[in-house]
Each structure stands twice: as structure tokens, then as C-alpha cells.
Design a protein around this ligand. Structure first.
Ligand code: AMP
Ligand code: FES
Ligand code: ZN
Ligand code: ZN
Length: 317
């Protein structure tokens, strides 16, 4: 297989795009495509202050690398979850996020959950009794809260995450199976800013996971290969496997599934019934009286309720 641009031996062959590229041209193609998506979905402009949430994995580190190469002004945020099961998942991902920042002279904010909220994620999850013995729900809730807080408190315009096409297609598949209207409405490459919350963007949402793996490897980015030890057996991994089977038989179907959804959403298939003015919260959300982040729960948001529980437990000891 030969590179379409220069005829040299191809390093990456993308059946779904009917495109093969050599290392050099692949490493040009990925940022060019990313820039195209940033413009197409109006994610951000040059001069915006961008915060990229980095987990130490291939997607978010590659995203940081790409945005820097494209000349954007972008800092990183690493959230230390305190998950030291398995290979020491959190300490290893922390090390790799820091290594990348140091080697590239970039600014990385670090939030250690245990230091700031008195307990690591697995203990917070136990205290909350949510998630049937798995910490993933509490972990997701906490990460979202911290990302929003840091982006707002430090005055970033945009919060970027490394979600790729495989992630987005799996979430979409789940939301479609249950026809979760509210979630379908909010799933997309951009979540506009509301009431003091930075806008959220996913610049890698059109890249297949294997394309990001190829980018990280060819760029020589050292990243954590292991998944979080609690991810095993999760529904999202199961959906990813199903979609991969489909993709093997019909190359391109994952991308089509996602892109057709975006088109349908754009054309108004999912209509917001609680329409809000630009920048305001939809009427089913209100700011949490404690932290100010939007919530649909009556009274405090789920994160602040979790913190109340943690406080009550430690007072009881
Ligand atoms: P995940 O939910 O683990 O699939 O991660 C999705 C995205 O969330 C990643 O691409 C990162 O941008 C961000 N993220 C996940 N874990 C962390 C973390 N510990 N610290 C900062 N950002 C994270
Ligand atoms: Fe949060 Fe696994 S439980 S990353
Ligand atoms: Zn080439
Ligand atoms: Zn709150």
C-alpha cells in the first residue's frame, strides 16, 4: 500500500476513508483534519484560552499535542482520581501527563481529588452507595464537576476533552437504544457555554480510536495503555465491541452512524421543548445554590449532595 500524497510506503491505511498515508503525511493529515472540524463546528477561535482535560491516555495527550502544533493557546488539566488498583493506574497516568507537559514546556494544572475532597474516588463511591459497587458513576460526576470548576475559576473560554469517534458512537448507541431525548439533544461536538460554565468541545470526535492510536505512536507520545481497572465489563466497552463488529463487516458504518445523527440533530429532529435564550440555562436546569453549576436535581447538585454525605460520614466517625 502506497501513500496517496507521495507514493512512499504507507504507514496507516484507513479503509473507511479509502486513504493510505506515510508517517510524515499522516502526521500532517491529523492536525489538518482537526482544524477542519474545529472550524466546521465553530469550536473556538485563535486567541481563545483553551483548557484540555488530560487523562494520560492517547486521545487527550494527542489532542493537546495537535492543538499546540496548530498554534492554539492551550493549558492542561489532570485530575488525580486516586485509583491505585491494578498497575497503579492513577500514579502512572499522572506521571505521563506531567512528563508530556514538561517535555513540551506546557502548563498543567493538577487537581488531586483526595487532597481537595478528603477521599479518593473509590472511597467517595463507597460512601455514596451509588453505582452498584463500581466507582464509575461517582468518578464521572466528580470529573465533570472539577473540569467545570477549574475552567470557570481560572477564566478559560473552552474546555476540550479527548473523546474520539468510538467513544461518541458508543454513547450515541446507548442513548438511541433507550431513546434518551435529553441526552441525544445535548450530545454533539460542542456544548455551548451556559451561565458561567465554559463551552465544552470534542475536537477528536470524528477520528476513529485506531487513528488516534496511530497518531500517538507515530508522534512518539508516551501514554498509558491500560484502561481504568474499573472499566472492565462496562456497558460502553460492550457497545464499542458491537460497533466494531459492524465496522469490520461494513467499513465506515461507525462514522456514518455518528455523522447522520449530527445531521438529523441539526435539522431539528430532536427539538428542545424548554427553549432557552442564548447562554441561559434550559428551564429544567437551575444553578446549584452551593457551587453554582447547573443541575436538574431539586436543591443541591448531585456533586454537592455527595460532599454533604462525605462530611456527615466523617463527622460521625
Ligand atoms: P473517559 O471518560 O475516561 O473516556 O475520558 C474522556 C475524556 O475525559 C478524556 O479524553 C479526557 O479528555 C478527559 N479525562 C478523563 N479522565 C481524566 C482525568 N483523570 N483528568 C483529566 N481529564 C480526564
Ligand atoms: Fe473513573 Fe474508571 S472509575 S476512570
Ligand atoms: Zn507520503
Ligand atoms: Zn453544587
Amino acid at each position: 500500500m502506497k501513500c496517496r500524497k507521495c507514493g512512499a510506503k504507507a504507514s496507516v491505511n484507513m479503509h473507511q476513508h479509502k486513504l493510505a498515508l506515510c508517517k510524515e503525511h499522516y502526521l500532517e493529515w491529523v492536525p489538518e483534519q482537526t482544524e477542519r472540524f474545529i472550524k466546521k463546528y465553530q469550536m473556538f477561535k485563535r486567541g481563545d484560552r483553551i483548557l484540555v482535560a488530560v487523562s494520560g491516555g492517547k486521545d487527550s495527550l494527542s489532542l493537546w499535542d495537535i492543538l499546540v502544533r496548530l498554534g492554539y493557546q492551550v493549558d492542561g488539566l489532570y485530575i488525580g482520581l486516586g485509583i491505585d488498583e491494578g498497575i497503579g493506574y492513577s500514579s502512572e497516568s499522572h506521571r505521563l501527563a506531567e512528563k508530556f507537559a514538561n517535555e513540551n514546556n506546557l502548563n498543567l494544572h493538577i487537581v488531586d481529588i483526595e487532597k481537595e475532597y478528603s477521599q479518593p474516588i473509590p472511597v467517595l463511591a463507597e460512601i455514596s452507595h451509588r453505582g452498584h459497587g463500581k466507582p464509575c458513576a461517582v468518578c464521572g460526576l466528580t470529573k465533570r464537576h472539577v473540569m467545570n470548576r477549574i475552567a470557570r475559576d481560572l477564566g478559560y473560554d473552552v474546555l476540550a476533552t479527548g473523546h474520539n469517534l468510538d467513544d461518541e458512537a458508543a454513547v450515541l448507541f446507548g442513548n438511541t437504544l433507550s431513546w434518551s431525548g435529553e441526552y441525544l439533544l445535548r450530545q454533539g461536538p460542542v456544548l455551548p457555554s451556559t451561565d458561567g460554565l465554559a463551552r465544552k468541545v470534542k475536537p477528536l470526535c470524528r477520528f476513529y480510536e485506531r487513528e488516534m492510536t496511530a497518531y500517538a505512536l507515530l508522534r512518539g507520545i508516551e501514554y498509558i495503555y491500560e484502561e481504568c481497572p474499573f472499566a472492565e465489563g462496562s456497558t460502553s466497552i460492550y457497545y464499542k465491541e458491537l460497533l466494531n463488529k459492524l465496522e469490520t463487516d461494513r467499513p465506515g458504518s461507525k462514522l456514518t452512524f455518528y455523522l447522520r445523527f449530527l445531521e438529523a440533530r441539526q435539522s431539528g429532529l430532536f427539538v428542545e421543548h424548554n427553549v432557552a435564550a442564548d447562554g441561559d440555562l434550559p428551564t429544567y436546569l437551575h444553578p446549584c445554590p452551593n457551587c453554582g453549576q447547573p443541575t436538574s436535581a431539586p436543591g443541591l447538585c448531585s456533586f454537592c449532595r455527595l460532599m454533604e454525605k462525605v462530611k456527615a460520614e466523617s463527622n460521625a466517625l
